[in-house]
Design a protein around this ligand. Structure first.
Ligand code: SAH
Length: 251
């Protein structure tokens, strides 16, 4: 059996209870060494065989899983954050399906949720934005033209940019060209929930300068939008004048 497990955003106690239990019973663990906190490996059994996928190809990962399966072993494939976000999991699922190997997925706390906690932010504020756009700047990995930063920026929704820390100059230009006013608040969260986490607040017009000055060019999220500002509407859900399925309005 193979379990794809979300490791969470960094802090070792942000893995789910299920994920930690699966790590505890794994005979083989393949972890994404570039981003998964290695301290998570302390949840494994003493005789667990550990592979770092940062140094492996997809073919090598599948080979390790195949060999473990042949011996009836349990494999955990440990991905950073939640596997569904830039996890390159689909290609693994499909290879395993072709080989008739069963697998399950255990979700994790994505770094964008970890970052929200660090920022004490709510991404979906009434009267500000009810939409969260998760995307990335185009780099060596292309992004479909219809999803360009400029096109997405036109919505002025809350935007969370993964994998873009080294591309801040173009990113800033595209955010502005797309329609975010230069004063729109931005937060850069480096290694959210790790012990070495750092948070920087700036504006769209000062994004590149801030990232260059602070020397942040990887393992960071760039969060853009007025949800980071001070103005918002009150939620209807908890408003005394609003009836819900559970509560009658009192005014
Ligand atoms: N599946 C992961 C994302 C993997 S893509 C998730 O759900 O979070 C790798 C990118 O995620 C990094 O380049 C960075 O932009 C972001 N990232 C991952 N962990 C992070 C963290 N703890 N803090 C800030 N950004 C992080």
């Amino acid at each position: 059996m193979v379990y794809f497990v979300g490791a969470g955003s960094g802090a070792v106690d942000l893995i789910t209870v299920r994920g930690a239990r699966l790590l505890g019973k794994a005979d083989v663990v393949i972890y994404a060494g570039s981003l998964v906190n290695p301290d998570l490996l302390t949840y494994t059994k003493e005789d667990c065989v550990i592979h770092n996928s940062a140094k492996m190809t997809l073919e090598e990962v599948i080979e390790v899983i195949k060999e473990a399966e042949a011996l009836g072993k349990t494999t955990v494939r440990l991905h950073t954050g939640d596997p569904s976000i830039y996890g390159a999991v689909r290609e693994q699922f499909d290879e395993l399906a072709k080989l008739g190997i069963e697998y399950e997925v255990c979700p994790g706390v994505s770094s964008f949720c970890g970052a929200a906690a660090s920022l004490k932010a709510e991404y979906t504020l009434p009267d500000v934005s009810q939409t969260v756009i998760i995307s990335r700047a185009a780099g060596r990995t292309p992004v479909p033209e219809r999803e360009s930063i400029q096109a997405l920026a036109a919505h002025q929704a809350t935007m969370i940019l993964f994998l873009s820390a080294s591309l801040s100059e173009k990113l800033q230009a595209d955010l502005l060209a797309g329609g975010y006013p230069g004063k729109t608040p931005v937060a850069v969260v480096y290694k959210a929930t790790w012990p070495e986490e750092r948070v920087f607040h700036c504006r769209v017009e000062t994004l590149h300068k801030t990232m260059t000055e602070k020397g942040i060019n990887k393992t960071a999220l760039i969060i853009v939008g007025n949800c980071l500002g001070d103005e918002y509407g009150r939620s209807l859900l908890y408003h005394p004048g609003f009836s819900t399925e559970y509560r009658e309005a009192t005014e």
